[in-house]
Ligand binder design. Structure first.
Ligand SMILES: [Zn+2]
Length: 273
């Protein structure tokens, strides 16, 4: 009877078996007697162990594969997201430049308007607004508004004019206008602008030079001290400094100067209020 058939419970199976281990060298064989039940259990344990190891190897390798697949998918998703955001940025930039181009064409007249299919979405959205699209007049008005709020057209302070502008070179040359006021009176920006200089000069003492754009600057001299710094953005009426008598000055006053393209002009031709 083959050995393996004993493993299966049978009526006539022996209760115990003897295992002989015969060395090849011809020495005494090693003989072990054990109950058949124990042998069955041992064989069962070995089979189950081998199966468990196989299952473990298989599942861990498939787990590793799965992990690698996931990593590839995640990387792909990240790349897709990055590409999408790049495309979105590009699309926005395109739309912005299209809107700008359209606005410019609107300003320059109907003849240069693009066909409807090329009109940017933003313009179409604006057209659907209750107020309608910004008209050519509105755009011009908006531009005008910008120039108006930038121009130095408000008095920097109220006081007595002690010396007028005198642009002709000569003994009474005066590049600006002098306005006398109590020391410490706030000196205010005559229009929207950016502080080009906030510093000291032997002539003007503590002074502020504002850039209003459109090649126009204004200067405020002889301050006791300043309230702004270089590169500050200021709006009309913002305090730049306080009336003093620093620099070449004999009494507290503001020296107020406006230049276009670097050439002094009469501040009175700018002041509106
Ligand atoms: Zn002066």
């Amino acid at each position: 009877m083959p050995f393996w058939k004993w493993l299966w419970p049978r009526k006539d199976a022996p209760r115990k078996i003897r295992i002989h281990l015969v060395p090849d060298s011809g020495d005494e064989p090693l003989s072990v007697k054990m109950p058949l039940g124990l042998l069955r259990i041992l064989v069962l344990l070995i089979v189950v162990g081998i199966l468990a190891i196989l299952v473990l190897i298989f599942s861990s390798s498939s787990l590793i594969l799965e992990k690698q697949k996931n990593r590839v998918i995640v990387r792909q998703l990240e790349e897709n997201a990055a590409q999408l955001s790049r495309m979105n940025t590009l699309e926005r930039e395109l739309e912005e430049s299209a809107v700008l181009l359209y606005r410019m064409q609107t300003l320059f007249g109907e003849g240069t308007l693009p066909p409807d299919s090329l009109i940017p979405d933003q313009i179409l959205r604006e057209r659907a607004l209750p107020g309608g699209p910004p008209q050519r007049e509105n755009l011009l008005q908006r531009g005008e508004q910008q120039v108006l709020s930038a121009m130095p057209s408000s008095w920097p302070l109220r006081g007595w004019i002690t010396q007028e502008f005198h642009g002709q070179h000569g003994h009474d040359y005066h590049a600006g206008m002098d306005i006398a006021a109590e020391p410490g009176t706030p000196v205010r920006a005559a229009g929207d602008g950016v502080v080009l200089v906030a510093g000291w000069n032997d002539e003007y003492g503590n002074f502020v030079l504002l850039d209003h754009g459109f090649s126009v600057t204004s200067l405020y001299g002889h301050n006791s001290h300043l309230g702004v710094r270089k590169e500050d953005r200021v709006e009309r009426g913002d305090i730049l400094g306080y009336v003093g008598s620093t620099g070449r000055s004999t009494a507290p006053h503001l020296h107020f100067e406006i230049r276009r393209n670097g050439i002094p002009e009469d501040p009175k031709s700018y002041l509106l209020d």
